[in-house]
Design a binder for this molecule. Structure first.
Ligand SMILES: *[C@@H]1O[C@H](CO)[C@@H](O)[C@H](O)[C@H]1NC(C)=O
Ligand SMILES: *[C@@H]1O[C@H](CO)[C@@H](O)[C@H](O)[C@H]1NC(C)=O
Ligand SMILES: *[C@@H]1O[C@H](CO)[C@@H](O)[C@H](O)[C@H]1NC(C)=O
Length: 731
């Protein structure tokens, strides 16, 4: 069912972020600072804590609610007795929201980009070439100017001859023109197909063909790639490309593109400006976007997102960001073809904020593409609000820790003391964390770390995959900004739950957003029931205004995952298993399918991998274990007694009993090599191949309850029985 949230968002980002981003934090601590910090930091907090400690009363964030449809345990946001549908009256579509927000904020900055000052290539010692950019300040356009550009683009599309009954697609990295093109299409009631810029050719051809896209909007750097596959792009008539600032645009139209009308984005804007066309605005239930997500299996699926879905999520997420306002600055750098970024930018639009565009390659002063001695996007923009995926936050944490470790000595001790004090303050009482102690630590220790991301961050939205408790705490403390964890899927236009800024717990994803209800429906096979004590558990089902219209041209899959109840409310069955805490916050505890998304966004199909690994002669039975908090898998293996003993004999290995043989490092290594070979033969990816294995001497039998009568493994039971073994494999 809902196996497509997140896509492979994390993997490209992980590679791009500069490894040395955090290396300059600890360079110059003064000795005075350290001594002062220790004195002030140890004496004052002790006094303060004893004054302010005292547990705060638990806030009720979600409350049970009666709903229609399948039986279960349903919860709504505690603040909203009626579901929120629009940010304000009249903003029922994205086109209306855009127009009204642009009018309201017309003279304020909206979209900004950095000017390219120069570009150079440096050659590394191994001969590889790296592009380095020298980027200038942000240059801004106001809400009024952006509105005009979107109107011009909309008119230009019509003048260009785009058939208004057909769709347009955007295939590009995140940039302001992406957003302008989207809004332009909406003003002519054109549905926009979005495709991940990192999707493979087959997926690209499939998506464009399935939706019969006639106008493709892309970056000039994509033109070559498109020309190469043009024979598969039968429905395309127009190509509109975004020009690159200050560099040559490679638009040499090759023969195979001769059937296409190829135009620059600015030409289309000009065309529309000189001959405007009346808008033809969409309606609330109209299809705004068909968003292709890299599903866990096979070709990507297109999720049909209505205008109503987008404005509902935007309206409710806006209530989650404390006091979001016009003066807030948002750094936009995640892929817009991912629901999380599109939802976030819609929130900023609704709130009248400024959005400065950047990229993962230029995010910080030491990012890969930033020319040495020049500034990264965050340092120049100084954002107050940032979205991030766990891979990025993990990276920040690892970088800072590595730096602390390398620095050693006083700085390391200081960091550790301060970190521990802050941690206990955060965990003990929120008040303590806001006290004088906090201010001191901020000035003395954390200011430098914060400067990595500009220094002015006051709120981080994290989504796309689960964030580990460690990283959440670390970023919380070091960045000094609350992190809200979002849980949502493309199918619910990112909107499902959102943790609140004053919730200091870890590992939970908050109460339902005000635009939807969350219901837990019992999943008997898995042993999760909505009547479970102490917490109701079950499959997470989302109902309300953010629930999308279904999968494009795929009624079967739509019927499997979506249901409409007797009151007309749409529900989406996520396939995730959750439990509700007494305060109405959701925790994701499992996944219904045997498909697991690893920490960096790759999917592992447990059954597929197990089947492949079972071809090794050593394997009698195997259970692969993957966990969204890790980026590799591990496996429990019951080896074949016969084959293993034979090998031991030949290898001259002595052992008392089979159990001891299984524990020997040589044995484990031998079996693991055999598994790697099997994985290679089956063309498994590295992340699918178990990084560590545990050999278990005893067979899994139906009697022991570890496999079914048909000898199918029972994951939940195995996981429970070998909990400690699994934990050690990850340790
Ligand atoms: C495009 O879709 C049509 C059906 O709508 C199909 O017949 C055709 O083979 C597809 N072309 C490609 C290149 O996938
Ligand atoms: C261009 O279109 C014509 C007719 O639609 C077709 O016969 C021809 O093969 C196309 N050329 C290319 C290069 O795709
Ligand atoms: C928008 O376009 C769709 C078809 O794509 C159509 O069904 C709908 O009626 C149009 N909406 C308006 C308000 O014209």
């Amino acid at each position: 069912m809902g196996d497509s949230e997140g896509g492979s968002l994390n993997s490209p980002l992980r590679e791009k972020l500069g490894a040395s981003d955090y290396l300059s934090v600890w360079k110059d601590y003064g000795v005075y600072g350290i001594v002062g910090a220790v004195v002030v930091g140890i004496l004052i907090p002790i006094v303060l804590s004893s004054v302010f400690m005292g547990k705060k009363k638990e806030k009720q964030r979600g409350v049970p609610v009666q709903v229609g449809g399948e039986a279960g345990y349903a919860v709504r946001n505690a603040q909203a007795s009626e579901l929120v549908e629009v940010p304000w009256e009249g903003a029922t579509t994205m086109a209306a929201l855009f127009e009204q927000s642009c009018k309201k904020n017309s003279q304020y900055n909206f979209l900004g980009t950095r000017k390219l000052i120069s570009k150079e290539f440096i050659t590394a010692s191994d001969g590889r070439k790296f592009e380095k950019l020298h980027l200038g300040d942000y240059e801004w356009q106001t809400y009024g100017e952006i509105f005009d550009r979107a109107c011009n683009f909309a008119s230009g599309l019509v003048r260009l001859g785009h058939n208004l009954d057909s769709r347009a697609a955007i295939f590009s990295d995140t940039r302001p023109e992406w957003f302008i093109a989207l809004q332009g299409c909406f003003r002519q009631n054109i549905t926009v197909v979005t495709i991940y810029a990192s999707l493979g050719e087959d997926a690209l051809i499939h998506s464009l063909n399935e939706t019969q896209v006639s106008t493709l909007i892309c970056e000039s750097k994509q033109l070559k790639k498109l020309a190469a596959i043009s024979s598969g792009l039968e429905s395309i008539q127009n190509i509109i490309y975004f020009e690159n600032d200050g560099t040559e645009n490679d638009i040499s139209v090759s023969g195979s593109m001769s059937n296409w009308t190829v135009s620059a984005f600015s030409e289309v804007e000009k065309l529309g400006k000189t001959s405007p066309v009346h808008p033809s605005l969409p309606s609330k239930n109209g299809n705004a976007v068909v968003m292709y997500t890299s599903g866990s299996t096979g070709l990507p699926k297109g999720v049909m997102i209505t205008h109503g879905n987008i404005v509902a999520t935007a309206a409710s997420v806006k209530t989650v960001v404390p006091n979001i306002r016009r003066s807030d600055i948002y750094l936009a750098y995640l892929p817009l073809a991912h629901v999380f970024e599109l939802a976030a930018e819609s929130v900023m639009l609704a709130a009248g904020c400024s959005m400065g565009y950047g990229s993962t390659l230029t995010l910080t002063d030491t990012s890969n593409k930033i020319k040495k001695g020049t500034k990264g996007d965050a340092s120049v923009l100084k954002p107050t609000i940032l979205t991030a995926v766990p891979a990025i936050l993990d990276r920040v944490r690892d970088g800072v820790l590595k730096e602390v470790e390398e620095k050693g000595g006083l700085a390391k001790n200081l960091f550790n003391i301060v970190y521990k004090r802050r941690l206990s303050a955060v965990e003990g009482s929120w008040l303590g964390a806001w006290g004088l102690e906090r201010v001191l630590w901020d000035v003395l220790v954390f200011k430098r770390i914060r400067a990595l991301l500009g220094g002015d961050l006051r709120f981080i939205l994290c989504g796309g995959a689960p964030l580990s408790a460690d990283s959440q705490r670390f970023i919380n403390i070091c960045m000094g900004a609350p992190i809200s964890q979002a849980y949502g899927l493309t199918e619910t236009f990112a909107g499902a739950t959102f943790s609140e800024f004053d919730d200091t717990t870890v590992g939970r994803v908050g109460p339902p957003l005000p635009c939807c209800y969350i219901k837990l429906v019992s999943w008997e096979e898995g042993g999760y029931k909505s009547t479970d004590k102490p917490m109701p558990r079950g499959e997470i089902v989302v109902g309300g205004f953010s629930v999308t219209a279904g999968y494009f041209k795929n009624q079967e899959k739509t019927n499997e995952a979506y249901k409409v109840d007797e009151k007309g409310m749409r529900w989406f069955y996520t396939g995730d298993i959750g439990q509700f805490h007494p305060d109405g916050c959701l925790e994701i505890i499992d996944r219904k399918k045997d498909i697991v998304k690893l920490q960096h966004g790759e999917y592992v199909s447990l059954g597929k991998v197990e089947a492949a690994l079972s071809t090794s002669n050593y394997v009698d039975n195997i259970m692969l274990h993957a966990d969204p908090f890790h980026n590799n898998c591990v496996a429990l293996v019951v080896p074949s007694h016969q084959v293993l003993k034979k090998w031991a004999q030949q290898a001259g290995i002595n052992y008392r009993d089979f159990s001891e043989l299984c524990d020997k490092a040589e044995t484990v290594s031998e079996v693991q090599q055999s598994l790697s070979k099997a994985a290679k033969t089956a063309k498994l990816d590295k992340f699918e191949t178990p990084a560590k294995i545990k050999l278990l001497p005893e067979a899994w039998t139906p009697e022991s309850g570890l496999v079914t009568a048909a000898f199918k493994i029972k994951r939940e039971q195995l996981k429970a029985k070998f909990k400690d073994e699994l934990q050690r494999l990850y340790g």
